[in-house]
Write a protein that binds this ligand. Sequence first.
Ligand code: ACO
Length: 363
Amino acid sequence: MMFSKGLEGVVAAHTAISHVDGNKGKLLYRGYDAGELARTKSFEEVAYLLLNGELPSNQQLETFTFELVKKRKLLSALDNVITSLPKELEIMDVLRTCISCLNPQTNWPPTKEEAIHLIALFPTIIAAWIRYENGEKPIKPDQTLGHVENYLYMINGEIPTNAHSSALTAYLILTMEHGMNASTFAARVVSSTESDLPSAICGALGAMKGPLHGGAPTGVLQLLDDVTSHAEGPEKLLRQKLERGEKLMGFGHRVYKTTDPRASALRDVLSSSGGEDHTLSKAVEVEKTATLLLAEYKPGRALHVNVEYYAATVMDALSFKSEWFTPTFCVSRVVGWCAHVLEQAEDNRIFRPDQEYIGVRER
Ligand code: ACO
């Protein structure tokens, strides 16, 4: 038997949901290029694709959108839970607590209907908590708005601009699914015991909360602030950081050995949306300098920009607080989790890896 720390290189499942090619810098959802989907499709269309395997017809999209809209409402039980929680909780804890309070419709196998309910509820729970924490009344979902616009509306109480909703849509589409990452694996492990869907999603939320996984792009904003306000210019400060052995936030990736395709797609969407965005132009300039310096200081390591880097500029444009970054990531990734749990149920076998005993033999 072989031991692989962190299960690196171990194939844990067959999947037809997404394909990540780290060498070529490609991410495919059900065979479609994720960057192309982010440029041309809505949140609802891509969520449908991941859950069902095909892009929807107009009729299918209408039905799916209607189902999502119908299930957005905050259940009164959840409203009671939210208002009884201590305000110092992190949003990820609130989200996990609310999902664990849901009464599973079926225990096994999970259904698409339940998946749609969870996807619909995530933005409502997050927005309700943000308002409650701020001493404001939650805003009821607007049935006429799309999934992403409604999320922004429930947070701010205003219909978002096109530029804001399309930037967030692109980010959410690009982060909806990413192979066998820790939270997706956690969801599949829980589900493989024939446990219910909310339990599997609670497992995934627990995994996503850790800084090694759902790490927010806060560090990137800090880096951009530091380098551009440095008296001697960005290059000097970047060199100082690398000479001190510091990591540049938003660069490097375990899987991608070239530019993370989600980062370039997000940069293109943001650049083509028009208007003056200072953080974006700052980010593009710093990316160029940092990539050259990383090649100089870390030769052979293939360090390029990752999705967190441009996610930071989206969050900045939306004036999102850093505590909202990881839960917002979950608004999209819950789709990938549900798709994987449904796939796991199609041909389930309980996960039960082995261990290698290294303790005292016999006393
Ligand atoms: N800046 C400078 N050097 C780096 C960076 C970086 N951002 N990333 C990796 N390196 C260097 C390491 O110092 C190491 O150098 P060494 O061999 O001389 O010691 C080498 O490259 C390999 O780095 P590891 O940390 O071993 O690579 P690993 O694959 O384990 O880590 C990770 C990947 C965690 C993303 C890493 O690149 C990193 O910490 N980046 C900065 C944080 C970041 O941007 N995180 C978001 C990732 S994207 C996402 O999670 C959706």
